[in-house]
Design a protein around this ligand. Structure first.
Ligand code: ADP
Ligand code: ZN
Length: 436
């Protein structure tokens, strides 16, 4: 089934024409409503009239996460506050999160895009669907939720946490579909096994997995343990949230909702656009967004756009799975974590040397984070044999880290010079999860 064949299956030429028209309109809109873009375009000697077809997009400036941060909180918002009906936030690098406001029309487009994804996965009115992404500031929960309501399935807003209760609900309600991170799906499978719920007792058949990278071997394991078919769901808050792209039944790449989010692949070093098929950094321009439209937003996600047609009948371009990032962002339990956030906390406490290490692992299918930090010599000498002081310091650091990162970390205090010095480029992260 296809939710919106008019848009998902339109001819390439027709779609390009629509994209060109929308691009012109969005450039005109930000030119008049967002001083940041007006100044950028003026600096480049561009006016909205220079942007007529979709191929003109390469003339436009890029937007980065730093631009969003520098304009915190509402600097890039194009619509007046009275038109904004929802605000989400995604974790930033250091300090400010990224704030994204949506108008009523934006929420409608988002729901429609999410409905396209769910329909491609085979979800319909008869399904009972559990949304187990986090609700709240994160876009995962409410984003998926609206889509499930739009397709007319029964939504169960389970969110994350309380996994035993959730497992029982899956059995007792006959839940048939679930949206969550792939690592949560494995954790759920494990919890079910522990409390004695077998896959024969449940009716789950479809999973919408995303918000973090995952591999084919994870897919196989989830499918085998839960007895379901797992589909990729990709998105990011700066562009919309989940539903930017989705796998169809062919499961050969993820179709991009490109009548709303125009994709390009660039070389992250030279910023040159790359032809279809070549791997590089994914860049999106929102073609219809009113709240916070972005021009050529650098996602930092690495992948390629696939040439050729898909057997499902959709004509929208497909992207390959994300193979990595062109920055150092980690995704731990679905939350974006930058080593620089840890650094800012460590530097803000006088007891520590500016030397730290993040150790990320996956134990029983749950991501773990350990932060090792070196004590300064003076502090180490002064408190060497006072365990109470060390304990207090450890707790203080852990609580600061939790408030900055939004996830808990195990803190390990180290003696001066205990953290290994690397030769050359310093190594701040050891990721043992083996996600490639
Ligand atoms: P969201 O709230 O939609 O998860 P965030 O802005 O918090 O958005 O995080 C978006 C990032 O999460 C993406 O840039 C990408 O790195 C990662 N991500 C999201 N979905 C997927 C997916 N299906 N596969 C790989 N990475 C993903
Ligand atoms: Zn397809």
């Amino acid at each position: 089934m296809i939710w919106n064949p008019n848009k998902e299956c339109m001819s390439r030429d027709e779609r390009s024409a629509l994209q060109g028209k929308r691009l012109h309109k969005i450039v005109e809109y930000v030119y008049h409503n967002v001083p940041f873009y007006r100044h950028k375009l003026q600096e480049m000697d561009l006016t909205p009239d220079d942007i007529r077809t979709i191929d003109d997009i390469v003339k436009l400036p890029f937007t980065t996460k730093k631009d969003l941060r520098d304009n915190y909180p509402f600097g890039l918002q194009a619509a007046p506050q009275s038109e904004i009906i929802r605000i989400h936030a995604s974790s930033g690098t250091t300090g400010n999160p990224t704030i994204v406001g949506y108008t009523r029309k934006d929420i409608g487009v988002w729901s429609e895009c999410m409905a396209r994804c769910l329909t491609a996965y085979g979800v319909g009115r008869d399904d009972i669907f559990s949304v187990s992404y986090g609700y709240g500031l994160f876009t995962g929960g409410l984003g998926a939720h609206n889509g499930v309501e739009m397709v007319g399935a029964s939504v169960v807003p389970a969110s994350t946490g309380n996994t035993e209760k959730h497992a029982k609900l899956i059995r007792d309600l006959g839940i048939t579909g679930i949206a969550c991170t792939p690592s949560y799906a494995l954790y759920l499978a494990e919890t079910m096994e522990q409390i004695g719920i077998t896959k024969e007792q449940i009716k789950l058949r479809v999973g919408a997995f995303g918000a973090e990278p995952w591999t084919e071997s994870m897919r196989e394991e989830i499918q085998e343990r839960l007895g379901i078919k797992g589909f990729n769901l990709y998105g990011l808050s700066e562009i919309m949230g989940p539903s930017v792209s989705y796998e169809c039944q062919m499961q050969n790449g993820s179709h991009i909702n490109e009548d709303h989010f125009y994709p390009e692949i660039i070389n992250p070093v030279t910023l040159e656009p790359l032809p279809k098929g070549q791997p590089g950094e994914l860049v999106f321009t929102t073609l219809t967004k009113e709240g916070m439209p972005v021009l050529r937003y650098r996602t930092r996600d690495l992948c390629s756009l696939m040439p050729g047609e898909c057997g499902c009948g959709r004509t929208s371009v497909r992207m390959t799975p994300i193979t990595g990032r062109s920055d150092d962002m980690l995704i731990i339990r679905g939350i974006n974590v930058f080593p620089s956030q840890v650094e800012s906390v460590v530097l803000s406490m006088k007891e520590f040397a500016p030397r730290y290490m993040l150790i990320v692992d996956r134990i029983n299918n749950l991501d773990t984070l350990e932060v090792q930090v070196e004590l300064r010599q003076e502090y180490f000498t002064a408190t060497f044999d006072t365990p109470a002081a060390i304990d207090e310091l450890q707790k203080r650091l852990a609580s600061k880290l939790r408030s900055v990162l939004s996830i808990g970390a195990k803190v390990s205090l180290k003696a001066p010079n205990a953290i290994e010095r690397s030769q050359g480029k310093s190594v701040r992260v050891i990721d043992k999860r083996n996600l490639k």
